[in-house]
Design a protein around this ligand. Structure first.
Ligand SMILES: CC(C)(COP(=O)(O)OP(=O)(O)OC[C@H]1O[C@@H](n2cnc3c(N)ncnc32)[C@H](O)[C@@H]1OP(=O)(O)O)[C@@H](O)C(=O)NCCC(=O)NCCS
Length: 225
């Protein structure tokens, strides 16, 4: 199935029907042709445990596949709320700036980029409207150091875009924004809260705040170069 964005916004990926038949190389080639025709990314996502045959086929089709730990929230294991972390139905301008700086330093290590770089970037930033919930860890005297977003479809919520400024990592802030987005989702009636982690190392951050491994999300795109 290929989802197509009706208005502005991020383009979607293709995914296999579930339950569905066995995917074939011809299916993947056909979908990629259609994606090129539509001018959308040749992107695919699926859950490995429900469509295990697609991994080898995607590789054969020339795609690169990230196997991301897929985690679901165990609501009973959420930690106590942490001060200075709040969830909003608006999108403060810091959310995109901090996320952009965080994702420019992948992995979980600390780094030099911090409040000075954030404040410089904020001067150029413009606010955007939102349909999602956003969390910020906004510390007295330091400002917004970590951010995250939750997007909802029915009673299912996906947490995404968790990022901490490299200089502020390893203080529990990434875990705290994740936990507050999850708590907010439950308070607003969500029955299932999930996320996919970029690596097993990143998954540990989420496991510490009540998420548990439920499967593997496969995220595929054409090999670059
Ligand atoms: C992943 C990321 C959000 C984690 O943010 P963070 O604020 O450092 O997360 P936490 O502080 O909650 O946890 C990180 C580590 O610090 C440790 N930690 C937490 N509180 C701590 C404290 N008070 N003192 C020392 N260490 C602490 C945690 O135990 C964890 O250790 P681990 O490596 O053994 O798992 C951050 O590294 C990041 O922005 N990475 C780049 C963007 C990215 O990949 N985002 C995730 C996409 S899925």
């Amino acid at each position: 199935m290929l989802f197509v964005q009706a208005g502005d916004g991020y383009p979607y990926y293709a995914r296999p029907r579930h339950p569905g038949g066995k995917p074939t190389l011809a299916d993947v080639v056909k979908v990629r042709e259609r994606q090129r025709e539509l001018g959308v990314p040749e992107a695919f996502e699926w859950v490995h445990e429900t469509t295990p045959d697609l991994y080898d086929i995607a590789i054969e089709a020339g795609l690169e596949v990230l196997r991301a730990p897929l985690l679901v929230l165990d609501p009973d294991r959420l930690p106590e709320p942490r001060p200075h972390v709040r969830v909003l139905g608006t999108r403060p301008v810091e959310v995109s700036v901090v996320a952009q700086l965080a994702f420019s330093s992948p992995g979980t290590s600390q780094g030099d980029v911090g409040v000075a770089e954030r404040d410089a970037a904020l001067l150029e930033a413009t606010p955007m409207s939102t349909r999602h919930r956003h969390a910020v860890a906004d510390l007295p005297g330091e400002g917004v150091l970590a951010v995250g977003t939750a997007q909802r479809a029915g009673d299912v919520v996906e947490v995404a875009g968790i990022g901490t400024l490299p200089a502020a990592r390893r203080r529990g802030l990434g875990g705290a924004v994740t936990a507050e987005l999850a708590r907010d989702a439950l308070d607003r009636g969500a029955k299932l809260v999930f996320l996919s982690a970029g690596s097993p190392e990143i998954a540990r951050v989420y496991e510490r705040v009540g998420f548990r491994l439920a499967g593997t999300a496969c995220i595929a795109s054409p090999v670059v170069g």
